[in-house]
Write a protein that binds this ligand. Structure first.
Ligand code: PLP
Length: 384
């Protein structure tokens, strides 16, 4: 491919960061399973010295993710949580204050409140879907705004452009967790965010066979801090996982389009079912964030949450579904179902969960790429 810079998303997904191996012509980047590299002579390297600092398979994935997000740098970590932790460790010091979307992945809540609060950071949990709340949460010592949009699992939408403007007026960076949408459907950097967080475990890898995370930015200074932390704290993504995620991103566009058309059929079915209460999906015109989401993303994705009458009704449903396997995680080719109150958000106190709408009756679906009629059939059987 002659000019990858000008290439469109699906072309970048297949090619960015990757050239046929110069030695053998191998089309897929090799898995460089090595911990160290021979130096031709003292003080000279071929670009790699020690595999915590750099690995060619990781370099290929990092270049691929940077291109897909419209950034210039990406750094890959051993999990999404390792990436989130690296973000805080690289940018913040004891005494700093962080504004966070009040509904984020439960593991983010847990590490912020239990680990980073103990180390001297202070957090305000804010309903960032209303920018006035964000504006009034700033303090003298606010050093970071951290938002998820859509949020896991209630699918709240934060206006990324608006949040970036408010944060930048105060000289504070905005970081967005883009795990649910992926760069295929939403590019926070192009809307003013300073960095993007990913759990590559989800759609980017897409095959439920690797755990990983990434920090992506177009800001050299931020990346320098991320790279320093990646090397010094060392929670790097292993070469085999880098290979898997690279294989995954090649089909990201194809998969996301199918996740979305399948999700639309699932939502249509749920809308007509008498046992289903509120449906949380940004593609529904009745969703409070629908208009904002439509402006800032090119699709609605494959995540759907909905309410059943009670925890017992949710348990009955989740014990009966067959294709929608009951499991943590999301974003793989196979459909999954989950009970956020006891699974992904079990670490969030009950009162806070109820305030956020993570009720005992709430069910979250990750709609896979199977035949949509089979998926709807599975839901129908489980609900009836
Ligand atoms: N961000 C979001 C939105 C998530 O859903 C998750 C995990 O479910 C994470 C971050 C954490 O990623 P990981 O499980 O790869 O550590």
């Amino acid at each position: 491919m002659s000019d990858k810079k000008k290439a469109r998303f699906d072309t970048l997904a297949v090619h960015a960061g990757q050239e046929p191996d110069p030695t053998t012509g191998a089309i897929m980047p090799p898995i460089y399973q090595t911990s160290t590299y021979a130096l031709p002579e003292m003080g000279v390297s071929k670009g790699y010295e020690y595999a915590r600092t750099g690995n060619p398979t990781r370099t290929a994935l990092e270049a691929n993710l940077a291109a897909l997000e419209g950034g210039t740098h990406a750094r890959c970590f051993a999990s999404g949580m390792a990436a989130v932790s690296a973000l805080l460790m690289s940018l913040l010091s004891a005494g700093d204050h962080i504004i966070v979307s009040n509904n984020v992945y439960g593991g983010v809540y847990r590490v912020f409140e239990t680990v980073f609060r103990r180390l001297g950071l202070d957090f305000s949990w804010v309903a960032t879907e209303n920018l006035a709340n964000l504006e009034s949460a700033f303090q003298e010592n606010t050093r970071l705004v951290y938002a998820e949009t859509p949020t896991n699992p209630v699918m709240s939408i934060t206006d990324i452009k608006g949040a970036a403007r408010i944060a930048h007026e105060r000289g504070v960076p905005l970081v967005v967790d883009n795990t649910f949408m992926t760069p295929c459907l939403q590019r926070p950097l192009s809307l003013g965010a300073d960095a993007v967080v990913h759990s590559t475990t989800k759609y980017l890898n897409g095959h439920s066979d690797s755990v990983g995370g990434a920090l992506v930015t177009a800001d050299d200074e931020l990346d320098e801090k991320f790279a320093f932390l990646q090397n010094s704290a060392g929670a790097i993504l292993a070469p085999f996982d880098c290979f898997l995620v690279l294989r995954g991103t090649k089909t990201l566009g194809v998969r996301m389009r199918r996740h979305e058309t399948n999700a639309a059929q699932v939502v249509k079915f749920l809308e007509g079912h008498p046992k289903v209460g509120k449906i949380l999906y940004p593609g529904l015109p009745s969703h409070p964030g629908h208009e904002v989401h439509k402006r800032q993303a090119s699709g609605f994705g494959g995540m759907v949450s909905f309410e059943l009458e009670s925890g017992a009704a949710a348990a009955r449903f989740l014990n009966r579904v067959k294709l929608f396997t009951l499991a943590e995680s999301l974003g793989g080719v196979e459909s999954l179902s989950c009970h956020p109150a006891t699974m992904t958000h079990g670490a969030v106190p009950e009162a806070t969960r109820n305030e956020l709408g993570i009720t005992d009756g709430l069910v979250r679906l990750s709609v896979g790429i199977e035949d949509p009629e089979d998926l709807v059939g599975d839901l129908e059987r489980a609900l009836d």
